[in-house]
Write a protein that binds this ligand. Sequence first.
Ligand SMILES: [Cu+2]
Length: 148
Amino acid sequence: MKFSRFSLFIAVLFLGVSSAAAGTAIEIEANDTMTFNKTSFEVVTGQSVTIILKNVGSLPKAAMGHNLVVLVEGFTAAEFGMKAMSAVATEYIPAELADKIVAHTKLLGPGEQDEIVFTAPAPGTYEFLCSFPGHFALMKGVMTVKAE
Ligand SMILES: [Cu+2]
């Protein structure tokens, strides 16, 4: 009797641990009309977040490449997008803005996809964008991080 109660306790403990550590996956598509099919999503602070970005378009990467950059709280898609335009050599991820980025995918050509994994930061709202020149006007959104 004592032993089975203990087993139950262990099982509950495991369940608790696994649900706390359970991650979430968000799939977002980018297309030739310069849009993300998802412009907002919610996660829980401390949660492991996987973002899968798919470029479902067919235009060449040099004309219609897409990435997804999640910014730190308070830094806007417009600010990042303006500064990213000239960062051709680093695929529109300016080295000087490294501390403004929570996570980013690589730049994707047609039919490509990339996956990024990060831990959801403190509760708040975080803008994300595609930093390919000019795209941030349409390709942006908000990640909301909720408290546990
Ligand atoms: Cu784009």
